[in-house]
Design a protein around this ligand. Structure first.
Ligand code: AMP
Ligand code: MG
Length: 486
């Protein structure tokens, strides 16, 4: 353990894994680092001095020009299914400085993304552009505000170097904070390129780090699989409830900790449509909004395959165990989703008609091309003018059913309203707002980004200053496209 003047207190428990799991890797220095954004609240939660982080030495560390005293950075090896095709990957442009031990004894990875080439870079330059790193900062912090488990963003630093994409772009380094960077793809790497002992070491490490209550369980590996399945089902239910499209749910972009990771071609859906795809490369819609729960289950199945040798010494028994666990995914997911939908509609008790009530509303939203987020706000405020659907018989029937449920329950209308406020965000990072902020930043004006971040910190406040951010883009967002790997 070491500490120094910014408050860095880094360890590296991951390096006790066999050395095939990583490569020692220093960040590659950059020409003229400049701090663009710093998450002061997060810094203080991490035990870092937000003033000193802004000093020359602080920024030198956030840019990769210097490493904190005692740190021994690495890049991690992993593999993964990208659009269902298995590949060797690894941190091609990221360096893990270490694990920060926080003032309340937490342990979080501190990773510099865009920190230069590594042994896993393949043809890539190891770098990132300012725009996508600001975008990751905005969306990840918005997710955190929305109460969705996510990696966090501590800082974005411009490098003063240009990188070559379709055009020359200014480079940046993002400091990403995560419970860990263990992925389904890390297990796939161990299972495909290592031994059973490697998979076991990795599983024990993951259990120790994320599910320590399982450490002394005799059947800890099947329990581990169950825990990861539950946390993924819960995470994706949260995405579905809020209208988040991840865009690239490859197995290397799926954490063992249950945090959302890798904000590439992601975006929030405006008009409700299960077929919503924003990613330029997802031509077949594999990662479309409505497909996300299915894909999460598919990804957990890939993890299960890696764990087979640990589940039981008899392979057939092990496969049966894995299948029995995996078969619970749809029900587990739906249980979380339905609970979330009840919250959004101010309902407290489970009812056999829940599913048809929810499906009925979504069908109407789809049919009338309604904005997902704002429909719930209109229902909450009983704001009839806002919605064309109010004129339809179909909706009137739905409304009567819903209102009957509200009247029949023990809880008051006020309690129901409060629950709806807690569960329906007034603001989400709408695509046109994110783009507007990024455009201003490209001109050197960071006020728009900062104002957006401020509003997104507390999306359930339903305050006056959020009204402006509820508006839809005048052009509509139906053809919004996002790009990944940028
Ligand atoms: P992603 O699409 O961000 O999940 O990245 C997929 C893989 O490509 C990971 O192994 C990344 O490290 C790698 N990668 C992405 N961009 C670059 C880059 N500019 N240079 C090197 N590797 C990269
Ligand atoms: Mg990735």
């Amino acid at each position: 353990m070491n500490s120094n003047k910014c408050g860095w207190n880094l360890e590296l428990s991951y390096s006790k894994l066999p050395n095939k799991f990583y490569s020692k890797q220093l960040p590659t220095p950059v020409r003229a680092p400049e701090l663009l954004l710093l998450n002061e609240r997060l810094a203080s939660e991490l035990g870092l001095d937000e003033k000193m982080l802004q000093d020359e030495e602080g920024v030198a560390i956030l840019s990769g020009n210097e490493v904190p005293e005692g740190a021994d950075p690495i890049s991690q090896a992993y593999a993964g299914h990208q659009f269902a095709h298995f590949t060797m990957l690894g941190d091609g442009r990221a360096v893990l400085l270490g694990e920060q031990i926080t003032p309340n004894s937490g342990r979080v990875d501190i990773q510099l993304k865009g920190a230069g080439r590594t042994p896993y870079s393949r043809g890539g330059d190891g770098r990132a552009a300012i725009g996508p790193m600001l975008r990751e900062y905005i969306i990840s912090e918005a997710m955190n505000g929305l109460g969705i488990p996510t990696t966090r963003s501590l800082a974005v630093v411009s490098t003063g170097d240009e990188i070559l994409r379709e055009t020359r772009l200014p480079g940046a380094v993002l400091t990403r904070v995560a419970k860990s960077h263990l992925r389904v793809g890390t297990f796939q790497y161990a299972a495909s390129f290592g031994t059973i002992d490697d998979v076991k070491d990795l599983a024990d490490y993951a259990i120790n780090r994320h599910f320590p209550h399982l450490l002394n369980e005799p059947d800890r590996y099947s329990k581990f699989l169950e825990e990861v399945l539950k946390s993924q089902a819960e995470l994706v239910a949260k995405w579905q409830l809020i209208g988040f499209v991840h865009g690239v749910m490859n197995t290397d972009n799926m954490t063992i900790s249950g945090e959302t990771i890798d904000y590439g071609p992601c975006a929030f859906m405006d008009t409700f449509d299960p077929g919503t795809v924003f990613s330029s490369i997802d031509v077949k819609g594999r990662y479309a909004f409505g497909n996300q729960p299915y894909i999460a289950g598919w990804n957990v199945a890939r993890l299960a395959e890696c764990l087979i040798p640990l589940l039981h010494k008899d392979e057939k028994e092990a496969i049966d165990m894995a299948q029995s666990i995996l078969s619970s995914f749809p029900t587990t997911y739906h249980t979380y989703w339905k609970k979330g939908m009840r919250d959004k509609l101010g309902l407290f008790e489970e009812h056999v008609s829940d599913q048809s009530l929810f499906d009925g509303l979504l069908k109407i939203m789809h049919e009338y091309k309604l904005d997902y987020t704002n429909t719930f706000i209109s229902l909450m405020n009983n704001n009839k003018e806002e919605l064309v659907m109010y004129e339809s018989d179909e909706f009137q029937t739905w409304l009567k059913n819903w209102q009957k449920r509200l009247h029949d329950q023990e809880q008051s209308q006020m309690e129901a309203y409060k629950q709806m406020q807690r569960s329906n965000p007034a603001v989400i990072p709408r695509n046109h707002r994110v783009e507007e902020a990024l455009e201003a930043a490209a001109e050197g004006n960071y006020d728009v980004v900062k104002k957006l971040l401020e509003v997104l910190k507390n999306p359930y406040a339903h305050s006056e200053n959020q009204k402006e951010y509820q508006k839809l883009s005048r052009d509509g967002n139906d053809d919004y496209i996002t790009y990944c790997g940028t």
